[in-house]
Ligand binder design. Structure first.
Ligand SMILES: C[S@@+](CC[C@H](N)C(=O)[O-])C[C@H]1O[C@@H](n2cnc3c(N)ncnc32)[C@H](O)[C@@H]1O
Length: 227
């Protein structure tokens, strides 16, 4: 076991098996248990003259964003380490009649796409990573994107997260439901490898809407810096 894996083991509420239980009841009132894609992703994809291409959905859950990307013309690969999420994703993809290549894997164990992609979507994965995984995650995401490729991410604003500091997280051995980030923190974490083009609160939408958005989430669009 590596040092990073030993630290991961401290967080029982962030293992794939914890997420399996989370996805076991699909009727639960979880805001993102919907069919609708992120409003920000829709805005950026439909508003771009140069997309589509190849896309990767990290921590895809039920694949609501992958289905949108496939319908928009992307060749989509999606992964999630939860088996029950992948089961649900498979059913949604089949129901939508689109093609998405699904893998059940941790982002830290997956070997990466066959070739760098044009777009990476992370809707709600990053804020569930413990602090010791942040730098490695940014490195992976950057290496999986083409230079100039786009990262479309949503994550908790401070008011959306648990309010725990990095020190609290290790003392309690829990992320307490996910970590909130300030704008300055996101710029510091992502700003070296990426050119942050948009960082705004998501627009709020009702659960039945055709797109998904909650005001306590950031929507960040970042371009992988060209060396
Ligand atoms: C908040 S959910 C969001 C799901 C989906 N993106 C959506 O917006 O509907 C976070 C997802 O990330 C997945 N996840 C968390 N850590 C992961 C990891 N290290 N590798 C792969 N998936 C992970 C969880 O299983 C879960 O499906």
């Amino acid at each position: 076991m590596t040092d990073l894996q030993a630290l991961d083991a401290l967080f029982a509420d962030r293992q794939d098996t914890w997420w399996d239980g989370f996805y076991a009841q699909r009727a639960k009132p979880v805001p993102f248990f919907v069919d609708a894609p992120d409003e920000s992703l829709v805005e950026w994809v439909t508003g771009s003259p140069s997309m589509p291409g190849r896309a990767l959905d990290l921590g895809c859950g039920n694949c609501r964003n992958s289905v949108f990307l496939a319908r928009a013309g992307f060749t989509v690969e999606a992964l999630d380490f939860s088996a029950t999420a992948i089961d649900w994703a498979q059913q949604n993809v089949a129901k939508a009649g689109v093609s998405v290549h699904l893998s059940q894997a941790s982002v830290f164990e997956w070997p990466g796409p066959a070739q760098p992609v044009d777009l990476i979507c992370d809707s709600g994965l990053f804020h569930h990573l413990p602090p010791h995984r942040r730098a490695g995650y940014v490195e992976r995401v950057a290496s999986w994107l083409k230079p100039g490729g786009t990262l479309a991410m949503t994550c908790f604003k401070p008011e959306g997260g648990s309010g725990l500091s990095d020190e609290d997280v290790y003392a309690r051995q829990s992320l307490g439901g996910g970590l909130g980030y300030t704008e300055a923190q996101l710029r510091s974490i992502w700003g070296e490898a990426f050119d942050i083009q948009v960082l705004r609160p998501m627009q709020a939408y009702a659960k039945e809407a055709a797109v998904f958005g909650l005001p306590f989430l950031w929507a960040m669009r970042a371009r992988r810096s060209v060396p």
